[in-house]
Design a protein around this ligand. Structure first.
Ligand SMILES: [Zn+2]
Length: 383
């Protein structure tokens, strides 16, 4: 992974590169991100740059023996640890990161911005928790006592460090505080609040930026041949999560189709057409998880646009051409009395679909909530 493949994060990249040039690499770093901002690819790019035999001012070379091994995650001085659990291929505990090394390399090569849920799903265990156990901590410590084989640095990346249990974390405290010489720890997290304070006090924090729409759109155009207008649209829907934007680009994602479907659904809710809602729920529960999430995110963004349109008029709202008429009519039903509950219900539905709750139940429940909320009257201000 080279820096030039990292989406956005310009300032963070520059300051990380500076630490290497000025020879002040902090031996234990914690990359804090919002989901889909790229902590893992950045950790790999930074380590690859550190160990590159022919680094330029701004990037690793990508072709030296060290880079070639880094790009396949096969460098003997790079150790990756990540949450795991037993799966059909490794059914007996204890299981360790290295038991899933092949799956891990494939996952990072295809979707380094993806979530823990996606990782567990790729192991066929999305209904289980992924953990980093105390026994794994011992493996981490052991990996560092080996002499480095080829690089000046031994690198240990721990992805989703919030999944270290207390015993596992306690075991690591000493080595985080006083690691062997020329050892670099990079821990990454999406959930800073869940990390034990004893870990936090021993690491240097690197806060990643939330990805902006332009950076996401540019990456989709340059690296995945997505047309500019479409790329921007995916970027807006992804709300800073590059994994989502990429999923949309990979599967194609027709905006007009989404709007038509949304409009049809809202009409069914307005008219309290329960049989129609039943059919709609039946159809929608069969379209697959990613499409369902995209649809819900589209709906969420439409509610926001409708509300914004009520306050500020269409000119300031980024509305696609085909949405204008619909939004003008629809915005009359969205107001300060129902927007927050609507947004909460949709956010909850997205979480449930992400966690694989039965889609039929989620969409039926949501339809009934929407039905009630949309007929709510605008609250009257007391005079
Ligand atoms: Zn190189």
């Amino acid at each position: 992974m080279q820096f030039n493949k990292i989406v956005g994060q310009k300032k963070v990249k520059e300051s990380l590169i500076q630490t290497i040039k000025e020879n002040r690499v902090s031996h234990a770093q914690l990359y804090v991100e919002q989901p889909g901002s790229g902590a893992l690819p950045l950790a790999i790019a930074y380590s690859q740059y550190l160990c590159c035999e022919n680094q330029s001012e701004i990037d690793s070379c990508g072709t030296c023996p060290s880079c070639l091994k880094y790009q396949k995650l096969e460098h003997p001085d790079l150790h990756c640890f990540y949450p795991v659990n037993t799966n059909p291929r490794n059914p007996k505990p204890p299981v360790f990161s290295k038991d899933f090394a092949t799956e891990w390399r494939e996952f990072v090569a295809n979707s380094p911005y993806s979530s823990l849920f996606d990782w567990l799903k790729s192991l066929d265990i999305e209904n289980k928790q992924g953990n980093i156990s105390a026994k794994e901590s011992q493996k981490i410590i052991n990996s560092l006592t080996l002499k480095s084989f080829e690089s000046p640095y031994k690198v240990c990346i721990i992805w989703m460090v919030e999944k270290l249990n207390v015993a596992a974390a306690n075991k690591l405290l000493k080595v985080l505080e006083e690691p062997p010489e020329k050892t670099l720890f990079i821990l990454t997290t999406e959930n800073y609040e869940s990390i034990l304070p004893t870990i936090i006090s021993r690491v240097q924090m690197v806060q990643l930026e939330k990805l902006n729409n332009n950076d996401i759109a540019l990456a989709l155009q340059n690296n995945y041949n997505v047309e500019p207008a479409v790329a921007l649209n995916y970027a807006q829907l992804s709300e800073g999560n590059f994994a989502y934007a990429l999923e949309m680009a990979n599967m194609g994602h027709d905006e007009e189709e989404l709007m038509d479907d949304f409009r049809a659904w809202m009409l069914l809710c307005f008219s309290r057409n329960v049989a129609g809602i039943n059919n709609w729920v039946e159809d929608t529960s069969g379209i697959g998880r990613v499409r369902q999430i995209n649809f819900l995110k589209y709906a969420l963004s439409t509610f926001r646009k409708a509300l914004l349109q009520n306050f500020s008029g269409l000119d300031v709202v980024p509305v696609l051409h085909h949405e204008k008429d619909f939004l003008l009519k629809f915005s009359k039903f969205v107001h300060e009395g129902n927007t927050i509950p609507l947004i909460d219900e949709f956010s909850l539905a997205i979480q449930h679909i992400e966690r694989n709750v039965n889609a039929k139940i989620v969409f039926m429940d949501l339809s009934l909530k929407v039905l009630q909320l949309l007929i709510k009257k605008v609250p009257q201000v007391a005079k």
